[in-house]
Design a protein around this ligand. Structure first.
Ligand code: GRF
Length: 211
């Protein structure tokens, strides 16, 4: 059976779309088994439905506590035998307790070259800082926001007169290539975490096939 991936989204879901496309074009061997959104107006939900991916709207406000909400998330992931989780514009911080249950099995994509410009305003903050190069990071999720071991990064130049809208377009184009690549490495079990470092094993690595 293929590796079953759940994608958590709060917004547009263009990265979800990129994963759908990568799977359809056989650039990524994950099985898109579940999409979870935390808000009813997230266009990602409709995208999932359009592609017949099982999807759930699980609204935090329907639960008495973060613990209860995350307990529901865990129950759905377990019930559907999910192997990995990709956060794709999921605007909630997952607790250490949740993350620890799925150690090195949750990825996130961030629109900056971490550890620079953590947080929700990464694109605006990078522009305001006047840097000439920013980029995209895919990393493992740990309890500390935007701080887990880095899997892949790609630089994106910032042009003169760049706006946050034009920069976002460039960043998205890179994200849509990088996330499926990282997920493919993950499902091939080629990512080995040692401390804060992610070592990427070569294809068909003996160790990789034993993991
Ligand atoms: C992306 O820019 C990603 O880096 C950030 O949230 C955004 C999600 O965009 N974490 P989309 O919903 O995939 O279009």
């Amino acid at each position: 059976m293929g590796k079953r991936l759940a994608v958590f989204c709060s917004g547009q879901g263009t990265n979800l779309q990129a994963l759908v496309d990568a799977v359809e074009q056989q650039r990524c061997g994950a099985e898109l088994a579940l999409v979870i959104v935390d808000r009813p107006d997230a266009p990602a939900l409709e995208r999932a439905q359009r592609h017949q991916i099982p999807s759930l709207l699980i609204e935090p406000r329907a639960f008495a506590s973060t613990e209860a909400y995350e307990h529901a998330l865990t129950a759905h992931l377990t019930q559907r035998q999910i192997d990995y989780v990709a956060l794709a514009g999921f605007m909630r911080v997952l607790s250490g307790a949740f993350v620890d249950q799925f150690r090195w099995r949750i990825l996130n994509i961030h629109p900056a070259l971490l550890p620079a410009f953590k947080g929700e305003r990464a694109v605006e903050d990078a522009l305001a800082a006047g840097i000439k190069v920013t980029g995209v990071t895919v990393h493992f999720v740990t309890a500390e926001v935007d701080a887990g071991p880095i899997i892949l990064q790609q630089a994106v130049p910032i042009a003169d007169n760049e706006t946050s809208a034009s920069l976002l377009t460039k960043l998205h184009a890179v994200e849509h290539q990088l996330y499926p690549q990282a997920i493919q490495l993950l499902i091939e079990e080629r990512l080995v975490v040692e401390g804060n470092i992610v070592n990427i094993l070569p294809p068909n690595n003996v160790l990789g096939s034993r993991l």
